[in-house]
Design a protein around this ligand. Sequence first.
Ligand SMILES: [Zn+2]
Length: 320
Amino acid sequence: MIKSFSACNRAGIPDEADLELINKYALVPLKKEEVFVFSVILCDNELDRDFERFSEESLYALEKLFEGKTGILNHSMQSEDQNARAYRAKVIKDGSKKTADGLDYMYLKAWCYTVRSEKNASFIRDIESGIKKEVSISCSAGKKVCSVCGKTGCSHKKGGVYSGRLCFMTIEDITDAYEWSFVAVPAQKNAGVTKSAKINKKENSMENILKSVKNGESLTLERDDVKKLSSYIASLEKESADGRLYRESLVKKAKKYFAVAIDSLSGDCVDSLLENQTCENLEELCSALKKQASAVIGPVPQLLREEKKTDAGANSQFKF
Ligand SMILES: [Zn+2]
């Protein structure tokens, strides 16, 4: 489920208290001037254009769940898009305003930070200039309760009027919050509240998809989820191809050192020793063999030095 809202304000330098909270998440303590803070309204209890709203309990549940959550762009799980984090979240009651159905207006506000870096410069500029201000959240909820009959899954239609009563759904039993996101779809309706899609459907974050896969649980994937999953797999394949190349280069190197350090070993024996070794083991082996090789023949000759690129010498393998 994704809900979108508009509001982003107070941007700039954190005070001491902010910085202390932020540094709970930073591996290396950040200085004031290294951080850019801003606040967003993640969601509220107003009826949205789909005649749905969060209950008060839901807002408080989200308050807990969103603290520390990552902010991304367009709900994409690409890690380069993860450029902000909510370090504090609080439900705020605004006594001066009522919701469409007469409740005291309340909203969930989050204070967020991002690091002032070259990579984030345009992101920060977009926030400061008000270009980035539509925020949407991704969360899952257990049920929607009908305003007319108080039940779930009834036949009343949202937006319909029954005996003078408007039908809308209250979102309850929040089970999880995944992330918040700056979205490119303004589509604003009244009161700055927008919503981008699909209600009562659990939005699968990559994290959750992987969790389900690891736990062997069944899960239903929407087209968007499949896209996310396939780009994730593509990135893994790329990483594994890189890893394979690196491993091959280590095996090649180890063979050369073997040939000098322990020249009585047969090629087959060396092959089987190197087979199925982790890169870590191969690195260790190479450095041990290198030492041994220089003990045998003195300073390691040109051919055995770290290959400097250009595969020229690489094929002049030792004969066993
Ligand atoms: Zn109903």
